[in-house]
Design a binder for this molecule. Structure first.
Ligand code: NDP
Length: 288
């Protein structure tokens, strides 16, 4: 008779609010597909409980956990170390238990770059990014580390946009000397420079329930040689995605990025690669 084992390995997500976070729906099918008896717990952790929750993860022997709003920055003080991009961004979305040490990583931008690399190499490319929040920060840092050499940050709040450009032109540029990053104000419909290779919406415009919200962009400046990406996972077919597809652009939707960062998280936690198509199917089943 096979040896009985009722103790599952644990990972999860700490957030507040967290109930609507769909990550479990893509991670648990991947574990089943890999033959792993692991659980991904969606855990509501209030800000005042974060330190105790991290201690709990240590005591319960979690293999790691994701952090979402509002814990991505605050969690750092309770960890034992940071990976390179988490250190550069000052934000952690994935904690990994490496031989008893909890190390903070940031997989949001890495997931994006992985999905981009399926269709093109970011090295040497000219990028326009709308947004300067957490997603834009993660994507821009990781695109720079992947060799992108011109990054234009377009953001509603000039202060936030300029802060991100300052980060790119200092800490990140020290590692990527070719990088040139500039802030552009966002007044009216933005005109994409014709030498742009990749256009990315990293704002929350278009996120459910505001599905008809329009990203202010001059559609006539979108050209078919451009790759257009949207971080919005729900719904995956945003107004921007539809507009770009109609223009003949190659398109990356927000589910690809979500799956991409989930793949990297599973690789960090288990040391094995999951099947991305199983993960996407898990998400599509809940977003249907
Ligand atoms: P933040 O709150 O940190 O940043 C939001 C950004 O959107 C800011 O740049 C903000 O501009 C901009 N913005 C919001 N509303 C408007 C508007 N009406 N007009 C112009 N700009 C606007 O959020 P995050 O960066 O953490 O998340 C952004 C989006 O990315 C979310 O929708 C999230 O779901 C998605 N995301 C997707 C992931 C995936 O795997 N697919 C992973 C992580 C995030 P301002 O600075 O002026 O306020």
């Amino acid at each position: 008779m096979a040896e009985l084992n009722f103790k599952q390995e644990l990972v999860g997500c700490f957030g507040y609010p967290v109930a609507e976070n769909p990550t479990q729906a893509m991670i648990e099918p991947a574990f089943r597909d890999m033959g792993l008896d692991w659980r991904y717990l969606t855990l509501e952790v209030r800000p005042e409980g974060l330190e105790a929750a991290v201690q709990g993860a240590r005591v319960f022997g979690f293999k790691g956990f994701n952090c979402t709003i509002p814990h991505k920055v605050e969690v750092i003080q309770y960890l034992d170390g940071l990976g390179e991009s988490a250190e550069l961004m000052g934000a952690v979305n994935c904690v990994v238990n490496r031989e008893g040490k909890l190390i903070g990583e940031n997989t949001d931008g890495k997931g994006f770059v992985a999905s981009l690399k399926e269709i093109d190499d970011p090295a040497g490319k000219s990028i326009v990014i709308f947004g300067a929040g957490g997603a834009a920060r993660a994507i821009s840092v990781e695109m720079a580390l992947a060799g992108a050499n011109r990054i234009l940050i377009v953001n509603r709040s000039a202060t936030r946009g300029q802060e991100l450009v300052a980060l790119l032109n200092t800490g990140v540029k020290a590692r990527c000397p070719e990088l040139e990053s500039v802030y552009a104000p966002w007044d009216g419909d933005f005109q994409i420079p014709s030498n742009t290779d990749i256009v990315i919406n990293a704002t929350s415009i278009g996120l459910y329930p505001d599905v008809d919200a329009r990203l202010a962009l001059d559609a006539s400046t979108l050209a078919s040689h451009m790759i257009v990406a949207d971080v919005i996972p729900n719904p995956p077919k945003t107004q921007l995605v539809k507009m770009a597809a109609a223009k003949g652009c190659r398109v990356i939707d927000g589910l690809k990025m979500l799956v991409g960062q989930g793949v990297i998280g599973i690789e960090y936690w288990t040391g094995r690669s999951p099947d991305a198509s199983v993960m996407r199917a898990g998400l599509e089943a809940v977003f249907d």
